[in-house]
Design a protein around this ligand. Structure first.
Ligand code: ATP
Ligand code: MG
Length: 428
């Protein structure tokens, strides 16, 4: 046998029955998005590297060290596997002029790629679900998109997440704060770690986002952006808060919350849990009024968030939400392969009526269908509620035996093959 090939480190297979939990989450997301009038967008996984360098900012963790970039072998173009989806969505919105008649509310789901150290809740291929409201500048849409996330938590039964909120103000306010921040960190230069030293003059705000516990006290006492906000920025922040308050959404204000990309302004927020160790941010987002212009579109405001699917599912599991019923309704037992031309149309009719049917099939091509006993064993293991026994005797008189495997175990009755529509609905 040839050597076994394995998946790339940090990139996971999602197998049944676990995959059913993913499908359930995706179904809930589609419904919540529909209720909030957000529509689906699907953009490519590969984008020009320049999109992320320009969009996310050169001095960010993602662009500095986490991107999977490569050169297109055919034309030398610099390409990157998307590390996030906001930049791609904005590119698509600009490219197709989607904002020509007003704002657009969009959502996406899919894999993202970042070269990080794999650990619980942190992978190299991971999945995000995101919502973006583009072309809207008012605080009511910041609030709407936060309420959308809250509605999703409710729909999937997610508890133990708390909302943290901050405002990053506007670029001139950030510049003033930046100067104060540099002065403060220069005064405490001896306490800066390597990352912080490197960022002091390129992107000092990013220092506040440090995950190094040794930097916490220093960061806690740093000048706060909130103290540099002008009247308009404060009014925007307060308007978001007021809507959250009237909707009963609780939150805390975290003046150190800056988020990992450069494109944010005004409102930023994260949903955080204490139950997943240090990978506790399940969802993050904010307003990005300058990104559309940055990527070459006509200036338009926008706000959005992205959640980490693996982290949300892990948290749901922590809360005991593991039950997923993936059993078929019925298992078809077929003792003789010669009867398949008669059996398969009956199964297709049942499936067409919404009955989930699993047909017995032997594992090797040269074997027969297997004994009745072994087929019943398989039927039982499948979790199906009924066995449909297409024995040769039954088929000879145009019938099938329907046998209960769960409730009313052992009960059985004969049904006519020509009357599938009449008995099929009872199997659902
Ligand atoms: P973190 O601070 O944990 O690195 P981030 O700020 O880089 O997160 P975002 O870029 O805002 O994360 O992505 C939004 C969400 O995507 C995160 O809150 C998290 O739930 C999830 N996420 C980000 N990176 C990963 C990863 N490598 N593996 C799994 N999930 C991730
Ligand atoms: Mg990160």
């Amino acid at each position: 046998m040839a050597d076994k090939l394995t998946a790339v480190k940090g990139m996971n297979d999602i197998l049944p029955p676990e995959s059913a939990r993913w499908e359930a989450l995706e179904t809930a997301v589609r419904e919540v998005m529909r209720l909030h009038a957000y529509r689906n967008i699907r953009t490519p996984i590969v984008e020009p590297t320049a999109l992320f360098v320009r969009g996310l900012g050169e001095v960010t963790d993602i662009v500095e060290k986490e991107m999977y970039s490569f050169e297109d072998r055919l034309n030398g173009e610099q390409l990157t596997l998307r590390p996030e989806s906001t930049a791609g969505v904005v590119r698509a919105v600009v490219e197709h002029n989607l904002l020509y008649e007003g704002g657009k509310r969009l959502y996406y789901m899919g894999p993202m790629f970042r070269h990080e150290r794999p650990q619980r809740g942190r992978y190299r291929q991971f999945h995000q679900i995101g919502a973006e409201a583009l072309g809207f500048g008012g605080a009511e849409v910041d609030a709407e998109i936060i309420l959308l996330a809250c509605a999703l938590w409710k729909a999937i039964g997610l508890q133990d997440v708390r909302l943290e909120l901050n405002s990053l103000g506007q670029p001139p306010e950030r510049l003033q704060h930046r100067a104060a921040l540099i002065a403060y960190f220069e005064q405490h230069a001896d306490q800066l770690d390597e990352d912080a030293k490197r960022r002091l003059h390129t992107n000092p705000l990013r220092i506040l986002d440090s995950k190094n516990p040794a930097m916490k006290a220093l960061n806690d006492a740093a000048p706060k952006l909130l103290d540099f906000l002008g009247a308009d920025s404060l009014a925007h922040f307060n308007a978001v808060r007021a809507i959250l308050d009237t909707n009963g959404v609780s939150y805390s204000i975290n003046p150190r919350l800056v988020r990992g990309m450069d494109y944010y302004n005004l409102t930023v927020f994260e949903f955080i849990t204490e139950r997943l160790g240090s990978q506790g941010t399940v969802c993050g987002g904010g307003r990005y009024d300058y990104l559309i212009g940055e990527i070459g579109g006509k200036h338009a405001p926008a706000v959005g968030w992205a959640l980490g699917v693996e982290r949300v599912l892990e948290l749901l599991k922590e809360q005991g939400n593991t039950a997923v019923d993936v059993a078929p309704d019925a298992y078809a037992i077929v003792p003789d392969a010669a009867s398949l031309p008669v059996v398969t149309p009956v199964l297709q009719t049942l499936r067409g009526m919404g009955v989930a049917v699993q047909m017995h099939a032997p594992t090797g091509a040269s074997e027969g269908m297997g004994s009745m006993k072994s087929q019943f064993k398989k039927a039982d293991a499948s979790g199906a509620r009924y066995a449909l026994v297409f024995g040769t005797d039954e088929l000879a008189v145009g019938q099938v035996t329907v046998k209960a495997l769960r409730d009313g175990l052992g009960e059985q009755r004969s049904e006519s093959l020509t009357q599938v529509a009449q008995w099929g609905h009872r199997l659902q």
